[in-house]
Design a protein around this ligand. Structure first.
Ligand code: DAK
Length: 258
């Protein structure tokens, strides 16, 4: 792959968008490679994923404006679908995905981070949906996900005004969970990922599914979703291991993803 680097460290996988000359902007090739990289993750042995950007300046500075500038209506719609499909794949990926936002997260970059379960960022990060200044709407889920993550009025203010926000404001309004000095960002993401990976993988996956599916349902339906995913954990080796460890007052647990 030309623009995606995949690294595996124990149970944690890291995908790096690697197109620093264009501040990691998303052209069709980057989106296709990102899609392929996700398909290649070994889900038997990977329990958490980190997505970050190469270089010290940018996570992803948006969809590629050069490529988009000459699209027809049909091509624009197809490009939007390509991004939406891969971002939805991330959002519904079986294991948790952490965005480690190391700089600009504009347009498609902000949208990519929002398709991840958790966002943390460097103190140099900047988030925004500048599309209306380019004569388009956010096209990779920005109008939908931003308004679900932060208060609707804030989302509308950012999107209508094409107003970018810095890390401290992103933290204040709940767009990111934490802010770190740039050099501490990736270690912090790895520590968070390792903390997730040490827990029972089937239970963690079922929690992700319960939260995501439940948010799209009524409370009555959402509780049924939870009941089923709760029930699904029983009779698994890891449920027996987790509960035996508690009853035996044993700190070390050996979860095997079965
Ligand atoms: N696309 C292409 N190239 C980009 C880019 C981008 N989004 N962002 C930066 N680059 C390139 C620059 O052109 C420059 O290339 P060279 O001139 O060196 O060849 C290089 O990266 C370095 O950028 P700068 O020289 O501009 O660096 P600065 O530090 O001065 O400024 C910046 C950094 C991030 C403030 C600036 O580059 C910037 O404003 N970039 C654009 C940010 C932006 O507007 N992003 C949102 C893009 S729109 C849809 C589908 C998708 C979308 C919408 C609709 N449908 C199909 C409905 C998504 C839209 C977007 O994401």
């Amino acid at each position: 792959m030309e623009f995606i680097v995949y690294e595996q460290d124990g149970f944690v996988g890291t995908i790096t968008i690697n197109r620093p000359k264009a501040l990691n902007a998303l052209n069709s090739q980057v989106l296709e490679e990102l899609n392929a990289a996700l398909d290649q993750v070994d889900l038997e042995n990977t329990r958490c994923l980190i997505i970050t950007g190469a270089g010290e300046k940018s996570f992803v500075a948006g969809a590629d404006i050069g490529e988009m500038s000459s699209l027809t209506k049909e091509e624009g719609e197809a490009f939007g679908k390509k991004g939406n499909d891969v971002f939805r794949k991330i959002e519904t990926f079986p294991i948790p995905v952490i965005a480690a936002v190391n700089g600009f997260a504009l347009g498609g970059g902000c949208e990519l981070s929002m398709s991840c379960d958790i966002r943390i960022c460097s103190d140099t990060a900047m988030f925004g949906q500048p599309e209306v200044g380019l004569g388009i709407t956010p096209g990779f889920g920005g109008t939908q996900r931003l308004a679900r993550i932060i208060p609707v009025g804030k989302a509308k203010e950012m999107i209508y005004g094409a107003r970018n926000i810095k890390a401290d404001e992103a933290y204040r309004i709940g767009l990111v969970n934490a802010v770190y000095p740039l050099e501490e960002l990736l270690p912090a993401a790895q520590k968070m990922a390792a903390g997730i990976a040490k827990n029972a993988p089937i239970a963690v996956r079922n929690c992700k599914k319960a939260i995501n599916d439940g948010l799209d349902a009524s409370m009555d339906d959402a509780l049924v979703i939870e009941e089923k995913l709760f029930g699904d954990c029983f009779e698994s080796a890891d449920q027996k291991e987790g509960m035996s460890a508690f009853l035996e007052k044993r700190k070390d647990k050996n979860f095997i993803n079965k």
